[in-house]
Design a protein around this ligand. Structure first.
Ligand code: PGA
Length: 251
């Protein structure tokens, strides 16, 4: 049985005081819910503050990115060990904004995923096609290629610690969600790819859907057999709306 996992990707939003205020409103709304494991990924600058505010709760802290070296002359970068030091249990890698705006490639993402696992942090590895690729019938080629490239270095023994997030790029921040059936089709394909790569462990890997997830669509998405949670951007910035998503509830 895979435990659902709902993660907030705050992107470049919230100052420290806003992160604290979010935690104060959000925690009481989810404290009696065990519908899903809940993860918050604030900007690096709010990790320490938010981590302190989450102490004693079951809500986990996550980074939004990482550099795949332990230490060294890498100005402005953040290592897995630094994230672990602040209490991060998860970290997002390969988000489409990193791939598109910062030209991150699969081999770099693969190094990040492995470096995180080595530091005891679970990577949330993002994949997803652009609209033109979908329209050209290239979803499996694109998503399959990203998966093979981004997971190239992961040992089978650690596969169950992975989380994969399928985020069709055309659905991110646009209000256009894939229908649950469209999402399931790709999630099923991802599960098949993962089982070719990792064998039976693929059944333990959680696959999140991402792209305009909100309280109104989470329950229908979660009914699909291979959708194990969500990576949520816009709707995660408001404590009430993210609490509804994290409780897997429309209201
Ligand atoms: P969105 O973002 O929920 O605002 O579409 C999702 C994401 O980019 O992870």
């Amino acid at each position: 049985m895979r435990q659902p996992i709902i993660a907030a990707n705050w992107k470049m939003h919230k100052l420290t005081a806003e992160a604290t205020a979010f935690a104060e409103s959000f925690l009481p709304l989810v404290q009696d819910s065990n519908a899903a494991e809940i993860v918050l990924a604030p900007p690096f600058t709010a990790l320490a503050t938010l981590g302190a505010a989450l102490k004693g709760s079951a809500v986990q802290l996550a980074g939004q990115n990482v550099y795949p070296e332990e230490k060294g002359a890498f100005t402005a970068e953040i290592s897995p060990q630094m994230l672990a030091d602040l209490g991060c249990r998860y970290t997002i890698v390969g988000h489409s904004e990193r791939r598109t705006l910062f030209a991150e490639q699969d081999d770099f993402i693969a190094r990040k995923a492995l470096a995180l696992l080595d530091a005891g942090i679970r990577p949330i590895v993002c994949v997803g096609e652009h609209l033109e690729e979908r329209e050209a019938g290239r979803i499996e080629e694109v998503v399959g290629g990203q998966l093979r490239g981004s997971l190239a270095s992961i040992p089978t023994g650690k596969a169950s610690e992975l989380v994969v997030a399928y985020e069709p790029v055309w659905a991110i921040g646009t209000g256009k969600t894939a229908t649950p059936e469209m999402a399931q089709e790709v999630h099923g394909f991802i599960r098949k790819e993962l089982s070719e790569r990792f064998g039976a462990s693929a059944e333990e890997i959680r696959i999140q859907y991402g792209g305009s997830v909100k309280p109104e669509n989470i329950a229908d998405l979660m009914e699909q057999p291979d959708i194990d949670g969500a990576l949520v951007g816009g709707a995660s910035l408001d404590p009430t709306s993210f609490a509804r998503v994290a409780r897997l509830q429309r209201s």
